[in-house]
Design a protein around this ligand. Sequence first.
Ligand code: ATP
Length: 216
Amino acid sequence: MHVIYGGTFDPVHHGHLRLALELCDRLAVDRVSLVPCHIPPHRGDTGATSGQRLRLLELAIAGEPQLCLDDRELRRAGASYTADTLRQLRSELGADAPLVMVVGTDAFAGFDRWREWQCIPDLAHIVVVRRPGPPLAPDSVPARLLAKRRVEAGSALSDRPAGYILELAPPLLDISATAIRERIAGGRSPRYLMPDPVWFEIRRLGLYGACPARNF
Ligand code: ATP
């Protein structure tokens, strides 16, 4: 089973990394691929370039065999659409291999605004990770899709290549990239919210308004 976990990772933090390892345990897979997006279609400019975000991810997962990086969206020109990524992966993996994509409830709530969203359940299973915030609106398209395709156990995902939706509520660290960017821009330390090598590189490059000369 191939599991991808996409995001802006602007920057990557311990919330992302802990979740990725929780997914390995709960889905009983050896590894999870982190897929940074190039130009996120649903939001404005990123604080760091895609090359810088990729570098921070490399530093974050160095030496961790259960996490790997898939930079295919950065190698593709233009906006990063999940349907394109899944189609590419599907052609590499073949028609029968189970493929899983992971999204937070916040992202899944707007699923029916994603480009070609109707194709996505034919390409992959979806794991929806419950995040703090409002639950899915009961009559929304994503809620109805979930009700129709829901499975209760991660083990069901290996039964077929695509089409199921699994909701998970793993323990989550209360960390967000937005809060980290604000903290750095305000001259406050983000240390221990992310791996040290990530923070040191952010500071060295002066990303997100960090002051390279200041040693906090
Ligand atoms: P931002 O604050 O810039 O929106 P973010 O921290 O939410 O960023 P993203 O790169 O947008 O991070 O998120 C990538 C994926 O990680 C999304 O599916 C999101 O739901 C999930 N995610 C973000 N923060 C956490 C966290 N603390 N724990 C678990 N999952 C998270």
